[in-house]
Write a protein that binds this ligand. Structure first.
Ligand code: 4AD
Ligand code: MG
Length: 484
């Protein structure tokens, strides 16, 4: 395998060798007739310093070595005199592959705002910040597969195009080959989807869970890891129209096994990033500290990034029921002073202001809330027999809430009783016949089982400290965003 800049910087064995190093120019600066070129090839946050002494590289070539240009630099790797780097390349020749006209190239050798870089999302992986974020994204994806594979889970692929609405929330992107201007109609005037490509109405999946349940009741423990789509208002810093979800599903797991797994899993992948992305995370931490200098004290993170990640690994998540959480919120200062935008009462869907109060102000750590009211959760969740005093029915749901993020994970034990599941589907307006394939899992060899979904981008936000979800996915999809 060809070596990269990360290898040259890490292994002292390359010193005194003649090397050709390829990469993109980050900066060039001239000092006392010596040109210093910071070269980066994407393999690491660190640049290799290329030193061109006066007269070695012809002027007409040196002129083309500007920020963004792709070059190959050949020379001897030597121990560096300068502070901040261990080695540098004393160059003897430079080949320019592709220039980047400084007057036209949008990335200047200075700090650009994240908003500006979002406008040129196709070029932003070339910046320090985004290359660091995307290397961390890779490491986390690898850690996800490693965790599950090491623990006996099988990687399962649920379909992207599906005929069902797993969450029953109606937030789907339609997939259709019918001419929208002239669709075939039934006698009653409704669109005849029998003539559509798949012979029925289909959409992009909102979750791979239901097909994951089929697999769990066959292979025992599975996980999906793929793109999911929601046609919901995604104009927030926590929502995307296209995001990646990790959904483990396990036969013979109850809600408590499910919570244990969620906690172990999240702590494992965060530890993996801490162990394997030290330099990128240290860079991102520094970036965050600089960004926060301009913020009022109460908006700054209570801990530096690396310390925050270590804290999550070292401390158990807080576990309590929805009913207990409502009690805490009712006793809270913002409730008593009417500072919450949405008033608190048993039965409400917790808003992010409530979730943030619980994790950031009250517990100051990740929290797992369980036993939500049945009325605000999806049809497939297992109905709890015991009810909290004076309150409505609950389900064996669990949401994992994180400081600065809100909901990172949503999951539940699943309703494994056929009659109860069918009755609930009818109550919420789902025709049981339309999901006959799903009900077969409860007809034949039904078993207790559980699972959850983790929003991959929200995890990356937490680990990198990036404030906006649009900055942790290469091509963010949100309303009016599909340029490429
Ligand atoms: O809570 P949700 O909707 O749960 C499900 O889809 C279940 N079927 C999961 C399961 O039990 N297998 O979504 C799960 C997670 C959320 O906790 C959140 O982290 C993330 O997916 N998520 C989003 N992330 C980015 N943009 C959006 N629009 C998201 N909607 C949900
Ligand atoms: Mg949810």
């Amino acid at each position: 395998m060809k070596y990269q800049i990360k290898d040259y910087l890490r292994h002292h064995g390359f010193v005194d060798q003649t090397l050709t190093v390829q990469g993109w120019v980050r900066t060039k600066r001239e000092s006392k007739n010596v040109n210093f070129i910071a070269l980066n090839d994407g393999s690491t946050i660190n640049n290799l310093q290329v030193v061109a002494e006066a007269g070695v590289i012809p002027e007409d070539i040196l002129k083309l070595v500007t920020t963004g240009a792709a070059i190959a630099a050949t020379g001897i790797l030597v121990d560096s005199q300068g502070a901040g780097q261990t080695v540098e390349l004393k160059v003897t020749s430079i080949e320019v592959y592709g220039t980047a006209d400084p007057d036209a190239y949008p990335l200047q050798p200075k700090r650009h705002s994240l908003e500006f870089l979002r406008e040129i999302a196709h070029l932003r992986p070339r910046t320090n910040t985004f290359s660091a974020v995307f290397r961390v994204r890779h490491a986390l994806a690898f850690a996800v597969h490693k965790f599950f594979s090491d623990n006996g889970f099988f990687y399962w692929n649920s379909p992207i195009i599906t005929g069902s609405d797993a969450e029953g929330a109606g937030e789907m992107f339609r997939v259709s080959t019918l001419d929208p201007k002239n669709p075939p109609l039934n006698e009653d005037g409704s669109i005849n989807y029998k003539e559509d490509f798949f012979g029925k109405e289909t959409n992009l999946t909102v979750s791979g869970q239901l097909e994951g349940e089929l697999a769990a009741l066959a292979l025992g423990k599975i996980y999906t890891f793929g793109p999911t789509f929601r046609a919901e208002n995604s104009n927030t810093t926590r929502h995307l129209a296209e995001f990646w979800m990790i959904e483990p599903e396990m036969a013979f797991f109850d809600l408590y096994d499910n919570m244990d797994l969620a906690e172990d899993f999240v702590q494992y992948v965060i530890k993996y990033a801490l162990d394997n992305c030290v330099e990128d995370l240290a860079f991102l931490e520094k970036r965050l500290l600089e960004e926060e200098k301009n913020k009022p004290q109460n908006e700054r993170s209570p801990m530096p990034l690396l310390e925050k990640l270590q804290f999550v690994i070292d401390n158990d998540f807080e576990r309590l029921t929805y009913t207990q959480a409502i009690e805490i919120l009712l006793q809270s200062k913002p409730h008593k002073e009417k500072k919450f935008q949405y008033p608190v009462e048993w039965g409400i869907d917790l808003q992010s202001e409530h979730e943030r109060y619980l994790v950031e102000k009250h517990f100051k750590k990740p929290v797992i809330l369980t036993h939500y009211p049945r009325a605000i959760k999806a049809f497939y969740m297992k109905q709890e027999v015991d009810r909290p005093e004076d309150k409505g029915p609950t389900v064996r749901a669990m949401d994992v809430l994180f400081p600065g993020i809100g909901e990172m994970i949503g999951g539940s034990q699943r309703e494994d009783n056929l009659e109860k599941l069918v009755a609930r589907m009818k109550e919420v307006g789902i025709e049981p016949e339309s999901m006959d394939w799903f009900l077969d899992t409860r007809r034949f060899g039904s078993a207790p089982h559980s699972g959850f979904g983790l929003g991959f981008e929200r995890l990356i936000q937490f680990v990198t400290g990036m404030g906006n979800i649009r900055d942790v996915i290469p091509f963010p999809r949100y309303p009016k965003s599909a340029e490429f």
